[in-house]
Ligand binder design. Structure first.
Ligand code: ZN
Ligand code: ZN
Length: 591
């Protein structure tokens, strides 16, 4: 009878393993969380073949005595009731209690653990206890999981490619390291170091270890609080953005959470400072009374609901926008010493337009994991890069125009290039937004009314939304079959483009018909009109026009990006220029 019982439990564990232990990453997650709970200050994760061959987690935590070491693999065994007030803990216990038993049932486990002098070694194969013996070990725990899923071939087949497995482990360890800057994390795969944090409790250093120093230098510190929430952490300057949302890390009361609403609020707060479909890098620690959050835990992810979401939203938006509005955000074009030095000294240096084009097409940051992460040192001219200034753009003196497209300017700090189309687009955009937001506009009556024809479906939608057009000071009416007549238009429609602009506005109305909001509509109109009326590339403007453009750009609320989030201006410091021309580091001849 006893045997059958064991069989039942084994089977139950194997079934549970399918749910709880989905992939290598879930094993790593379980082991690392155990190490954290054991009070470790150093956790090392070593993988072979992305964890499919071996996962080894070494910590310097409290360790287990013989009894606990054996008990740890019993179903529902858990020693984690220490922090009963930690909501997350209680919520995760259901899964956590059975996780080790589940892992042990589908792999070969070797546990070496030690509280004081004598350690214990526990070996389990496919859920069966092979041996429990005393051993030599230092304080802490070494858990080695070999051949995960070796006895459940179906599960093994289910695993994704090694690359995907590794990516998801790296993602997990990065995030857990960011949420615990006080713990040193080392992650290796096939003896290559993928992450090495210093455990100094300095979040910026951890960010540097995860994303590299170039990114860390472009992160700004934030903090804000109200009666319910305290937010601290770092956010990237808008010139840094990625194709995935993965860089937005939100930590609530010490735990990394995934929340779509929070991600949306963060991304929206950067609106028009960067392209909307690219995402910033942030690490935000949110402290909140646990009674204000509702946690929904699944073994592989953790979502959270805030009962005062609107308040948090407002606070977060304010925090991000305060930073964006108070900084000089001109992308600094850094010249890399190495690439320059490889070129022969006397090779003629042509102006590097590819570099400019690169900036135009958004700076792409690869999501690759970093090897040999450099140690963090704050750069000396950091102040210059992330400059805080109240009047945004510095004094700029235009010196010429390249290809009727880029205005070259200078001041004592170096050389600037302005994309004249992007700049004009920003100026127009802010002007139109102001006008669209102003309800007391006048309209221009038309001597010859304009008429527009639409498909019957479009016509129905437009007719239902006449009120929106009328509120914008269009005098509109039906005009025969599927046609609309416009007898007056708002006064601010650009001269010569009245009909074109009116048609575009109606088209936009058709586009945004689903879940219509006047802000989004105005936003679209302003962006569309701004582009339409901006100077095109390859158009030569006079020096006076350049000066006016710079002046107008200076008056913008955000002079750094066009409404699509592209940069309007880039910067080469005097130092960069000297490096490009090999002046720096060389003794200049004195004549
Ligand atoms: Zn444009
Ligand atoms: Zn644009």
């Amino acid at each position: 009878m006893a045997k059958i019982k064991v069989m039942d439990e084994l089977l139950a564990n194997k079934i549970a393993a399918g749910e709880v232990v989905e992939r290598c990453a879930s094993v790593v997650k379980e082991l690392v969380e155990n190490s954290i709970d054991a009070g470790s200050s150093e956790i090392k994760i070593d993988l072979l073949e992305a964890g499919t061959v071996q996962i080894k987690v070494t910590d310097n935590g409290s360790g287990m005595d013989k009894e606990d070491a054996v008990m740890a693999f019993g179903r529902h065994a858990t020693s984690k009731l220490k922090n009963e007030d930690d909501l997350f803990h209680i919520m995760t216990l259901g899964f956590r209690g059975e996780a080790l038993a589940s892992i042990a049932s589908v792999s070969e486990v070797n546990l070496k653990t030690c509280v004081q002098d004598i350690g214990t070694e526990v070996i389990i194969h496919g859920g069966k206890m092979v041996s429990v013996e005393p051993c030599e070990a230092r304080k802490g725990t070494i858990m080695t999981i070999d051949h995960l899923f070796y006895n459940t071939p179906a599960r093994l087949k289910h695993m994704k490619s090694l690359y995907t497995e590794l990516a998801s482990i790296t993602d997990y360890v990065n995030k857990i390291a960011l949420s615990h800057p006080e713990i040193k994390f080392v992650l290796t795969n096939n003896n290559t170091t993928l992450l090495n944090t210093d455990g100094s409790n300095n979040l910026l250093k951890t960010i540097s270890a995860v994303y590299g120093m170039d990114i860390a230098r472009k992160m700004v510190e934030v903090n804000i609080e109200d009666s319910d929430y305290t937010i601290t952490g770092y956010m990237s300057l808008p010139e840094i953005h990625r194709s995935s949302r993965n860089g937005m890390v939100t930590i609530v009361n010490g735990r990394v959470v995934r929340n779509m609403d929070l991600n949306r609020v963060i991304n929206d707060s950067y609106h028009s400072y960067k392209p909307d479909n690219r995402y910033p890098i942030v690490v935000f620690n949110i402290e909140v009374d646990p009674t204000l959050v509702d946690v929904n835990v699944h073994p592989t992810k953790m979502d959270i609901k805030f009962s005062k979401m609107e308040e948090l939203q407002t606070l977060m938006t304010q925090m991000i926008q305060e930073q964006l509005k108070s900084r000089s955000l001109i992308p600094h074009i850094e010249v890399e010493q190495e690439t320059i030095e490889e070129k022969p000294v006397y090779q003629e240096q042509t102006l590097d337009f590819s570099r400019v084009a690169e900036t135009e097409d958004y700076i792409v940051i690869e999501d690759d994991v970093k090897e040999n992460v450099p140690l963090f040192e704050p750069k000396e001219n950091k102040e210059e890069v992330i400059e805080k200034s109240s009047n945004h753009l510095p004094e700029l003196y235009p010196v010429g125009l390249v290809h009727g497209t880029y205005i070259i300017c200078q001041n004592e700090k170096g050389m600037y290039m302005i994309d004249q189309h992007a700049a004009k687009e920003r100026i127009n955009y802010e002007t139109f937004k102001k006008r669209l937001g102003n309800p007391n506009q006048e309209s221009t009556p038309l001597l010859f009314p304009m008429t527009f024809e639409f498909s019957n479906q479009e016509f129905i939608i437009l007719k239902e939304n006449f009120e929106i057009l009328r509120n914008m000071n269009f005098e509109v009416d039906e005009f025969g079959l599927n046609s609309i007549i416009v007898k007056a238009h708002p006064i601010w429609l650009p001269k010569g483009y009245e009909k074109d602009a009116t048609f575009k506005i109606m088209e936009t109305l058709l586009e945004v018909e689903k879940d219509f909001s006047i802000e989004k509509f105005n936003e679209k109109i302003a962006t569309m009109m701004a582009c339409k009326l901006a100077i095109k590339a390859n158009e030569n403007i006079t020096e006076l026009e350049m000066e006016q453009l710079i002046q107008d750009l200076k008056n913008c609320e955000n002079p750094y990006n066009c409404p699509h989030g592209r940069p309007t201006i880039i910067f080469y410091s005097n130092y960069d220029l000297e490096k490009l021309f090999k002046r720096s580091g060389f003794e200049l001849p004195k004549w």
